[in-house]
Design a protein around this ligand. Structure first.
Ligand SMILES: Nc1ncnc2c1ncn2[C@@H]1O[C@H](COP(=O)(O)OP(=O)(O)OP(=O)(O)O)[C@@H](O)[C@H]1O
Length: 257
């Protein structure tokens, strides 16, 4: 059977800062419609890996391809068509409205001198509606709560309509209802064919949302593969350096404690 070209592929990747590797030997592959969860302790290098995959910092070693094309050969606008990014937090000192921010996502695939028009505005509004925050469109983001700002960032990534989205702890600052909302939105996106790579500090969430998991700590990658085989008590105990137990609930979901 012919193998599908992955949306994102990294081989023998080493990532770090100033040429010094934090993690070495990362192999990852994201296919359309799949959710890959990255788990690891604080400071392991998850954000550094994401910034490397997005072409924002150079790899220390190894190769990255987006839809079969080497990352260094792609322009920023081309990368934006392949990969959208939901950072950990929205930081802007400017009084942008939520709609302004989401419009930036809708316009990310345009050339450097093109201006967003009606189609981009419609896409931005549709993304806000999908996350149930259309009523925030005219609100200044500096006045929104952390959770609302996070939803705006996710809407910006949706509006970009990239083939894959990288999300850095997308539900970290959300209350329970918004966590559920965003979790469902992520699964729905994947069901419609988008590839998602997300980091999480919650193995239960990774098991619920992920198809695959990649576990990395300061020693490097510990395990990767389908969630049920990768999120084992042994692997998570090694990952976090504490005893972890795993249980399968009556609903068939994995729980860790
Ligand atoms: N621009 C930078 N220059 C030098 N070192 C950096 C830079 N950004 C981050 N680091 C260091 O790289 C290491 C990994 O940071 P990173 O943010 O990638 O970890 P993380 O796994 O995402 O952590 P967390 O779970 O706490 O968000 C940390 O020790 C951090 O201090």
């Amino acid at each position: 059977m012919e193998r599908m070209t992955p949306l994102v592929e990294a081989r023998e990747l080493a990532v770090g800062h100033g040429g010094r590797a934090l993690i070495r030997g990362i192999d990852l592959r994201l296919e359309p419609g799949r959710v890959l969860c990255l788990l690891g302790p604080n400071g392991a290098g998850k954000t550094t890996l994401f910034r490397t995959l997005l072409g924002l910092i150079p790899p220390v070693a190894g190769r990255i391809e987006l839809a079969g094309q080497p990352l260094p050969r792609l322009s920023r606008a081309q990368i934006a068509r392949h990969l959208a990014h939901v950072p950990q937090a929205l930081t802007t000192p400017f009084a942008f409205t939520a709609l302004d921010i989401v419009l930036m996502g809708a316009a990310a695939g345009l050339g450097p001198f093109a201006r967003p028009g009606r189609p981009e505005a419609d896409r931005a509004m549709a993304a806000l509606e999908r996350l149930g925050i259309a009523d925030l469109a005219r609100s200044e983001v500096t006045r929104l709560s952390g959770g609302q700002r996070q939803l705006v960032l996710i809407a910006r990534a949706l509006a970009q309509e990239a083939a894959a989205i990288i999300m850095d702890e997308p539900t970290a600052s959300l209350d329970f209802a918004n966590r559920v909302l965003v979790g469902k939105a992520i699964r729905r996106l994947a069901d419609l064919g988008t590839g998602v790579i997300l980091s999480s500090h919650d193995p239960d969430q990774a098991a619920a949302l992920g198809d695959h998991a990649l576990l990395v700590n300061r020693d490097g990658p510990i395990a990767s593969g389908p969630v049920s085989r990768t999120l084992t008590a042994d692997n998570l105990s090694r990952l976090y350096g504490i005893p972890v137990r795993r249980e399968t609930g009556r609903d068939g979901r994995l729980h860790f404690y």
